[in-house]
Design a protein around this ligand. Structure first.
Ligand SMILES: NC(=O)c1ccc[n+]([C@@H]2O[C@H](COP(=O)([O-])OP(=O)(O)OC[C@H]3O[C@@H](n4cnc5c(N)ncnc54)[C@H](O)[C@@H]3O)[C@@H](O)[C@H]2O)c1
Length: 374
């Protein structure tokens, strides 16, 4: 295999715009986009023209017959992931699959089996782990700056529209509000995958149980949304835990180039605290002294001294560029690619446990008790 990995993308919907960006020359990725596929012909033609891609398909099986293509990025709705992954593995393509990997643990196991038996690389695309401020915070934890992590609080605000031009079409939302496509949980199951992943990573220890509460918010007073919600994640040692507190507000002026939301994390260790304002949005950009800190990383150490670093890239799109590069570099270096299928499976299991907890009147659910579905 040459150093330039030949990639194909299936699913050219909302999130594909950030994946396509990684293949631009100036991003210096060792890959070439050689084929694209979407059932929407107009969209295929539009992307082909913008990115000068010659091989275009509206049929997935035909797309997989492209022999030049060595690797596939799957960016379709979750419900299609399992069959598309198994077919790509059987066609001998390396696979990067957008989160959420699938809807059940048995489907996850089928994908793992197919990719292992066909000896292709398989990773789940969880870009929040590649967001530079989160990587910086993880480095501080690994260097022992705050000691053992004891508590992670992840807060998230949503508005109904962002102060930006990013449009999210009705068709992109529609499948997220179905039981068969997403357990009707756009926040807790879909976006939650990132949150379960990050909280697990910062805790640095296995999450043993979850407890999820849900309030009552309706979009335009009509469509039931899965916010406000609070999830409590507990480790076996119950003094090590995390929370995710997420709410949506009608008039909140969310500044964001992407979705109308933003995040804020506090990581409390035994001898220090790390604060990470911002991620998806740009709510904290140029906030000066007016809010809890500029986008970047701030921390207080064992001596009680304060530090700040806001020099790293804080635009959310950089998490996509870094995450795509990890896939290509992993193929070229013939190594495991983050995040690996076993970690991805555990995060899925946490997500399923969260849905079970909401549906069981907010009772605590042991992660290991979830064997397939919520
Ligand atoms: N990492 C992130 O931050 C992030 C953000 C958004 C979405 N995602 C994930 O990306 C995936 C796609 O989400 P989206 O928001 O772009 O959805 P979307 O609905 O906007 O796009 C899906 C695309 O897949 C196409 N498609 C559907 N069936 C197809 C088929 N059989 N063959 C070929 N194309 C088909 C649709 O025409 C559409 O263009 C989901 O799994 C989602 O969870 C991840």
């Amino acid at each position: 295999m040459s150093d330039t990995v030949k990639v194909g993308i299936v699913g050219l919907g909302r999130i594909s715009t950030l994946h396509l960006e990684a293949y631009k020359k100036e991003k210096n990725i060792q890959a070439e986009l050689v084929a694209i596929c979407d059932k929407n012909k107009k969209r295929v033609q539009q992307v082909a023209k913008e990115f000068q891609v010659e091989n275009t398909y509206t049929d997935y099986d035909e797309f997989l017959t492209n022999e030049e293509m060595e690797a596939v990025e799957i960016l379709t709705p979750h419900q299609l992931h399992t069959e598309q992954t198994i077919k790509a593995a059987e066609a001998g393509k390396h696979i990067s699959l957008q989160k959420v990997p699938c809807l059940t643990l048995s489907d996850m196991d089928r994908m793992i089996e197919a990719t292992e038996s066909n000896r292709v690389k398989f990773r789940i695309y969880e870009n929040f782990r590649f967001y530079p401020p989160y990587q910086f915070a993880m480095d501080l934890i690994n260097k022992g700056v705050i000691g053992k992590t004891e508590r992670v609080d992840y807060r998230m605000w949503g508005g109904l529209s962002a102060l930006s031009e990013w449009k999210v079409s009705l068709s992109t939302w529609k499948w997220r509000f179905t039981e068969e496509g997403n357990y009707n949980s756009p926040t807790l199951f879909d976006d939650g995958y990132h949150k379960h992943s990050i909280i697990s990573q910062f805790l640095g220890e296995e999450i043993d149980s979850v407890l999820a509460w849900q309030g009552d918010f309706k979009i335009q007073g009509v469509v039931k949304h899965d916010t406000p919600s609070v999830v409590v994640y507990s480790c076996k040692n119950k003094s090590h835990y995390g929370t995710w507190n997420v709410s949506t507000h009608k008039f909140l002026p969310m500044k964001s180039d992407y979705y109308a939301c933003d995040e804020y994390i506090e990581i409390v260790g035994e001898k220090g605290i790390i604060f990470v304002p911002g991620c998806t949005g740009s709510f904290f950009e140029n906030c000066g002294d007016a809010a809890p800190g500029q986008a970047g990383v701030h921390w207080v150490d064992e001596q009680g001294e304060w530090h700040s670093d806001t020099s790293m890239e804080t635009n959310w799109n950089s998490s996509f560029i870094n995450c795509s590069k990890e896939f290509i570099n992993g193929i070229n270096e013939n190594r495991e690619i983050e995040i690996n299928p076993e970690d991805a499976r555990r995060i899925l299991q946490i997500g399923l446990a969260v849905i079970r907890s909401v549906r069981n009147d907010f009772q605590e659910v042991k992660i290991d008790d979830v064997l397939d579905k919520p």
